[in-house]
Design a protein around this ligand. Structure first.
Ligand SMILES: [Zn+2]
Length: 123
């Protein structure tokens, strides 16, 4: 199970809403299985895809995973998602339309669903 702060979850929901109908992509910062913030990286937004340049991702030990949005009601990973999950990070979130907390699904690097719990603040 992973934890996510209210602030980080709200940033994800807002960014996904603002980017709709395109996909939104960001890295996740945090540690000890707690997601604390978004780490925005140079990314390409598209209608049905989002990519990022792995060479432009800063080396940051506090980056623990990724998040991206799906402008549909499905938050299960695509083949391309599963491929990128295995490359970087340990926790990967997908938020689907209409972008509320209930629409966020969490996966490990193998694409297996993981529980995500909302917390007020990180210690
Ligand atoms: Zn996807």
């Amino acid at each position: 199970m992973y934890l996510i702060t209210k602030g980080a979850a709200e940033s994800i929901m807002l960014a996904a809403q603002n980017t709709y109908p395109n996909e939104f992509f960001s890295m996740l910062g945090g540690k000890n299985k707690t997601i604390k913030e978004l780490v925005i990286v140079p990314a390409t937004y598209g209608k049905n895809y989002s990519t990022f340049r792995i060479d432009l991702v800063p080396f940051d030990p506090e980056i623990i995973g990724t998040v991206h949005s799906h402008p549909s009601k499905y938050n299960s990973p695509s083949k391309a998602d599963l491929n990128s999950f295995s490359k970087i990070g340990e926790i990967h979130l997908i938020i689907s339309y209409p972008y509320t907390f209930e629409n966020i699904a969490a996966y490990n690097k193998y694409g297996e669903k993981t529980e995500l719990k909302l917390i007020e603040n990180a210690e």
